[in-house]
Design a binder for this molecule. Sequence first.
Ligand code: SAM
Length: 384
Amino acid sequence: MSEQMHLSHVETVNFGSYYTPPDLVDAVYGMIQKNEPDWRAFRIIDTSCGYGNFLRFPRSIGADFDPKAIQEAGKQTHECTFFRHNSLSSVSRQQYGLSDDDKIIIVGNPPYNDRTSLIRNDLKAGTFETDKDLKHRDTGVSFLLSYNKLKADYVCVLHPLSYLIKKANFSSLSGFKDNYVLIDGMIISSGEFHDTSKTTHFPIIIALYKKSAQGMDYEFIRNHPFKTKDGKTFKINQFDSLGNYITKYPNHKSLSLNDTIAFFWTMRDINALKRAKTFIEHEVCNSIRVPKDKLSLYCYADVFKEYIPRIPYYFGNSDIMIDYEAFKNIEKSFMRKSLSKYPFLKKLSQEKASENDIFSINVYFQNLLSEHYVGKNAHTALCL
Ligand SMILES: C[S@@+](CC[C@H](N)C(=O)[O-])C[C@H]1O[C@@H](n2cnc3c(N)ncnc32)[C@H](O)[C@@H]1O
């Protein structure tokens, strides 16, 4: 049985109990076997095991704080050892009956609450005890830190790609990133899980980390060739980002109203832009003041939002990308396409976008995204 069935919606959200389908468990073991031929000499542990979907081999160890999940897991296999406990409290190898000499591989899909953070805050997720050195607002990060505390030799788990690619998140992986290196990985969509149909899909990485004194720095992540399930590869540093040219956050303190010609909603990443407004008529506490000399770049963000259906899920947590030179060549097209949509911006431009403008913008996005462009054909793009 792979699908979790005993929790209410609220509990599922609170515990992060989205169980892993068998094909993704296969992918985890495929990765381990490819990279560590001697993997059978290791003890396999899932410290957030649910019904034990990852516990396929004798002598594996499972833990979960959900009593019904552990009960169910115990029925599935008698050859594994189970612990019903909070895996983020008093974390140690002894907790699992393991010594420092045991070689261990941690597998699984720890709970994370980055996805629908608003709902989750309402539900007050994660109010249980957590070791001081593991505390983080995202439970998934706490779990990664706990693997370092257990001194796992390998870690092969699913987690949001944002933990690696967002610099602030990556920094909060402290002990983990300093002691582990990513040696293999595959990116999948959160849409592969049940119960996620109503949310915007975001990228999840099935990541294999190996203990290493070198660890990883952010440059390593920026240069890493991430592979997606459907055979695409990308690097974070292959794109320039709009954030290098404009502020994405409120700037009330640094720009006066006199120097402001428009207001724009805060931008975080591509998925946030998808849900958010762009230009707004009146200032609010988390809007951005747009100065005249940067107006075209905010028009760019506004038009970018229209093209989000052309952008694959795996860039959902990335910054808004830009080819600055190519953009500059057709800056006016972006301005006409954007400003003419908003009656309250009429004073800035009356001109409507021409067919030529639209064509140039289509070509721009096809070139920007190249093989990542969703719906490759130029004709489809023209019908946007
Ligand atoms: C995403 S599910 C994964 C379950 C299973 N590994 C799978 O992939 O099918 C996360 C599991 O973590 C458990 N969990 C959440 N916080 C925990 C904690 N602090 N200690 C132990 N288990 C926890 C939940 O009860 C849930 O079963």
